[in-house]
Design a protein around this ligand. Structure first.
Ligand code: SF4
Length: 439
């Protein structure tokens, strides 16, 4: 009998890739993905723990799904991912709707967890692994058919003091390059035109086989070598590991997109030290200078945290001045949210009042809006090669796609161009979008 599986994914792109792994594992036990949770016999929520409100969203969502269990008492509901790993059996006490708790390294075990839950028991596997990379599991569901995510590393060794990732995803492991290349080839052959290589810190990718060591720059060059029509992106980079070899490889290969997401988190060396980021303000600036020198057309985006422990007005001003200096094209900006169990939670006081964090965050957002606007304005009159992704959100008369620099472009066109590259002349802009026409 066909079994219907509904997966809802929260958090980062790594989770999107993991949801594919989950779908693939469960397809082996006859589960087919459906889009409506009301149809499903098994609902899995793939969760994120990075901020408190990410977890609150999941708990709210579970409340919304409660009526489905009343209608169908045989419905199995599971939590996967980082929140499952962090809260473990506590989740069964908090929310009686939950039947399965599955940590990020336990997805091969899902068929037996589902069988256990079907027999009326609560089922849990939160064992972290030193070697699991799911390298032999080919993803099951495409996303939009144009752009796919490929995990190349799992876990993180960095121990940034605010971050929960090393505790819920374990130590860093790199995936076999052959399986990465195989997956990228498969995507290209089935019509995808863009792959994004994913890891908490892609620059520290390293695969040792005999006398040979493959590092990230060699891996990305090999993926880009599959076909010039396959665009390659990657995220996330760590400033301490971003190498000149990678920048040179990006400059040499047209189809490696000219965009780097390089989280700075703070512009103050004192705060960076407390965050255990292992670079100073000056180190970060030297990485930006290297990018500008080797790939002048490269865009740079970042992550910024406002109000980390002990942050003063002076530290905050240093963040603003660094943003201005770097001229970031885009940023993800957040208030500091203490995560239980992290080094910051154990050793530092979360002593910046919430209203100060919010005020500083608003200043950061306002500055970034003007930087984003400036970045888009610089594209006016330029011609960009755009990979067509589909209709724009607002109108079926317009198409949307992204430039190599990861900027969204909207332009009139025929949907049959989806998956093609077109040259677009940029004629208008907002802080979020470029507008133009195909030439
Ligand atoms: S690099 Fe730091 S912030 Fe990023 S996942 Fe690793 S520990 Fe967390």
């Amino acid at each position: 009998m066909e079994k219907k599986l509904y997966i809802e994914t929260y958090g980062c792109q790594m989770n999107i890739a993991d949801s594919d792994v989950i779908a693939s594992v469960l397809s082996g036990t006859g589960h087919r993905l459906v889009k409506d949770p009301g149809e499903a016999g098994l609902i899995l929520i793939n969760t994120c723990s990075v901020r408190e409100n990410a977890e609150q969203r999941v708990l709210n969502r579970l409340k919304q799904l409660r009526h489905l269990k009343k209608k169908n008492p045989g419905l199995i509901v599971g939590l996967a991912g980082c929140m499952a790993e962090r809260l473990r059996e506590k989740l069964f006490d908090t929310e009686d709707l939950i039947d399965i708790v599955a940590g990020p390294d336990s997805y091969r075990d899902l068929p037996s967890l589902v069988a256990e839950a079907a027999s009326g028991k609560k089922a849990m596997n939160v064992q972290l692994s030193r070697c699991e990379t799911y390298s032999d599991i080919l993803p099951h569901s495409g996303h939009d058919g144009i752009s796919a995510f490929i995990s190349i590393t799992r876990g993180c060794n960095n121990m940034c003091s605010y971050c929960i990732v090393p505790y819920v995803r374990g130590a860093e492991r790199s995936r076999n390059p052959e399986s990465i290349l195989g997956e990228a080839r498969m995507h290209f052959e089935s019509g995808f035109r863009e792959v994004t290589l994913l890891g908490q810190n892609v620059d520290s990718y390293k695969w040792v086989s005999g006398n040979e060591t493959i590092e990230f720059h060699a891996l990305i060059a090999a993926v880009a070598g599959i076909d010039p029509r396959l665009r390659v992106r990657f995220t996330t980079s760590h400033p301490k590991d971003l190498s000149e070899e990678l920048l040179k490889t990006m400059a040499e290969q047209n189809n490696i997109c000219k965009h780097i997401h390089l989280p700075v988190q703070s512009g103050s060396s004192r705060i960076l030290r407390l965050m255990n980021r292992e670079y100073t303000r000056e180190d970060y600036m030297s990485r930006i200078e290297a990018i500008r020198r080797i790939i002048p057309e490269c865009s740079v985006s970042t992550d910024i945290i406002s109000g980390f422990c002990t942050e003063t007005d002076e530290d905050h001003r240093e963040t603003l001045s660094l943003m201005e200096w770097a001229g970031f094209d885009f940023a993800f900006m957040f208030r500091y949210s203490e995560r239980p169990g992290t080094r910051a939670a154990r050793k530092l006081r979360d002593d910046v009042p919430e209203e100060v964090k919010t005020k500083r965050l608003n200043e950061i957002i306002s500055l970034q809006n003007s930087l984003s606007l400036r970045s888009k304005k610089n594209d006016l009159g330029k011609i960009h090669e755009v990979l067509v992704e589909g209709y724009s959100k607002r109108s079926k008369e317009d198409l949307t796609g992204r430039t190599s620099q990861n900027k969204v472009v909207v332009f009139p066109g025929d949907y049959r161009k989806r998956g093609d590259y077109v040259n677009v002349l940029i004629e208008k802009y907002t802080s979020a979008t470029l507008k133009g026409r195909i030439i």
